[in-house]
Write a protein that binds this ligand. Structure first.
Ligand code: C2E
Ligand code: CA
Ligand code: CA
Ligand code: CA
Length: 281
């Protein structure tokens, strides 16, 4: 048994080392990804579940890695966050998404009400310079503040400094819209709602996924979020909708907006432009 244990430890050790070195490698490559223009944004439509019209898009970052192909955020964003590279990446994402929005709005008359939703990181939300940076980027791209939705999660703002709350207030004063992402999964969603005045809550996809799995509590929680949304005049978006049954249930519960593979996965800008021509006007 001792022999086997030692082998296990050796294998484990080897795997840990491989993991650590691939992490280091990813880290050093990510450092140059922006200059080499390897980051991409893909866009997922957000639809009105009554009219099926597309009202906006969520921008999601990808890394076109030189050898590993197109990487999802799970493969590099935690490294970006830990090293602080996320600040430069976040700035790029914001500018790119707003420039793209302006191109679409020019290209498709009638698509003028379209918005773009951009995900924030904890570091951005905690950065005292962030609202000023957003204001600058809005001015440079001539985008309307209300056409920018900034998505943040509970863990980015709760039990940290007041900077996050001040930042959200400053962003609201700019006219930017604030969305609470992954809503319902945090520890204290109610006090969070109270602390962060938002325009939109996005029901976490785990609740949507539980619809139809004979899960009465998921349905009750979604119903409660819709009730909160009504009382606080928040828009409610259901995330991760994959089946007609799920959207049917969301409609029944009073959820007005949704996104998910049922309509479309995140798509490249050119495909999104085609999508807008057909579904947003
Ligand atoms: P999120 O903000 O909750 O984004 C939704 C994720 O769910 C996306 O994964 C999207 O591709 C995926 N998704 C959409 N519809 C469905 C569906 O019907 N079923 C399922 N199973 N999944 C669906 P993605 O693109 O891999 O992004 C993962 C996370 O990475 C995002 O979660 C967000 O937290 C983060 N992220 C993405 N882009 C950015 C960015 O530009 N900046 C920052 N700070 N974070 C980002
Ligand atoms: Ca999001
Ligand atoms: Ca989410
Ligand atoms: Ca998330």
């Amino acid at each position: 048994a001792k022999e086997r244990d030692r082998t296990h430890v050796a294998v484990f050790d080897h795997q840990m080392q491989a993991l650590a070195s691939s992490r280091l490698e990813t880290e050093s490559q990510l450092g140059g990804a922006l200059e080499r223009d390897e980051l991409r944004l893909v866009y997922q439509p957000i639809v009105d579940v009554h009219t099926e019209r597309t009202i906006g898009f969520e921008a999601l970052v990808r890394w076109q890695h030189p050898s590993r192909g197109l990487l999802a955020p799970a493969e590099f964003m935690s490294i970006a966050e830990e090293t602080g590279m996320i600040l430069a990446i976040g700035e790029w994402v914001l500018r790119e998404a707003l420039m793209q929005l302006q191109l679409w709005r020019m290209d498709v008359p009638g698509a003028r009400d379209l918005f773009v939703a951009v995900n924030l990181s904890a570091r951005q939300v905690q950065d005292p310079e962030f609202p000023a940076a957003v204001a600058r980027t809005l001015a440079q791209t001539r985008a309307e503040p209300a056409a920018l939705h900034l998505e943040l999660t509970e863990s980015m703002v709760m039990s940290r400094s007041d900077v996050a709350v001040q930042n959200v207030t400053a962003l609201r004063e700019l006219g930017v819209r604030v969305s609470l992402d992954d809503f319902g999964t945090g520890y204290s969603s109610l006090s969070y709602l109270h602390q962060i005045p938002a325009h939109t809550v996005k029901i976490d996809r785990s609740f949507v996924a539980a619809i139809g799995e004979d899960n009465a509590s998921a349905t009750s929680i979604i119903g409660a979020i819709v009730g909160l949304g009504r009382a606080l005049e928040l828009d409610v978006v259901g995330e991760g909708v994959e089946t007609p049954q799920q959207v049917e249930e969301l409609r029944r519960l009073g959820v007005r907006y949704a996104q998910g593979y049922l309509w479309s996965p995140p798509i490249a800008p050119a495909a999104a432009q085609e999508w807008i021509r057909e579904k947003a006007v």
